[in-house]
Design a protein around this ligand. Structure first.
Ligand code: HEC
Ligand code: HEC
Length: 140
């Protein structure tokens, strides 16, 4: 009996997965048809917008956009090559801006000596920008 229930549950799970992926394949958006379960296309290297002096911010506490190449940078659990230039120890000799003050604040609001682990994955907030025509107009 137990076996039968398990088999039925497995069947139902498989069935819903098939239905979901069939639906995903049919989704068409302004970007054209793309399947929801496929990874997003990376932007073309030539399309990345690089701005001398950095991008203007839309509001004070906006994470600034990245104005340079990050192709060779790696952010993993044990490594973060962004900090070769942006850390407290290296920013001066690399002539780069130091990571923001907010990066030294812990979850409970206390100040830290080292950057907070909440800020380890830089690209969670900082992104490069592509020089492409917007799909939808925006006056923000
Ligand atoms: C080889 C050194 C170097 C590395 C590695 C590097 N950066 Fe930078 N970064 C710079 C320099 C120099 C600037 C200033 C560029 C400018 O203003 O023209 C900058 C600017 C920035 C800015 C804009 C700051 C602002 O106030 O506008 C951000 C955000 C940034 N980098 C994030 C990153 C992230 C995230 C990584 C890793 C994926 C990274 N950087 C890796 C040197 C580096
Ligand atoms: C959770 C979001 C978040 C993460 C993760 C994050 N940042 Fe930021 N970053 C911000 C915000 C918000 C600001 C603007 C406020 C500030 O300056 O603290 C900022 C500012 C900066 C600046 C500009 C500082 C200045 O004074 O002009 C640099 C450079 C920077 N971040 C680099 C990095 C790097 C390198 C990492 C990864 C080690 C990183 N950030 C991770 C949100 C983030």
């Amino acid at each position: 009996m137990r076996q039968a229930i398990l088999t039925t549950m497995l069947g139902a799970a498989l069935f819903s997965t098939c239905v979901l992926s069939a639906q995903a394949a049919e989704i068409a958006s302004l970007r054209g048809e793309s399947s929801l379960d496929a990874p997003a296309n990376a932007i073309e290297k030539t399309e990345q917008k690089k701005v001398e002096g950095g991008f203007d911010r839309a509001w004070d506490l906006q994470p600034p956009s990245i104005p340079h190449d990050i192709e060779k940078d790696r952010i993993t659990l044990t490594e973060n090559t962004c900090m070769k230039c942006h850390s407290k120890d290296n920013f001066e000799k690399e002539n780069a801006p130091e990571i923001g003050e907010s990066h030294y604040i812990a979850r409970d609001g206390s100040e830290l000596d080292k950057p907070s682990s909440r800020r380890h994955f830089c690209s969670q907030c900082h992104t490069p920008q592509a020089d492409i025509a917007p799909l939808v107009g925006n006056s923000f």
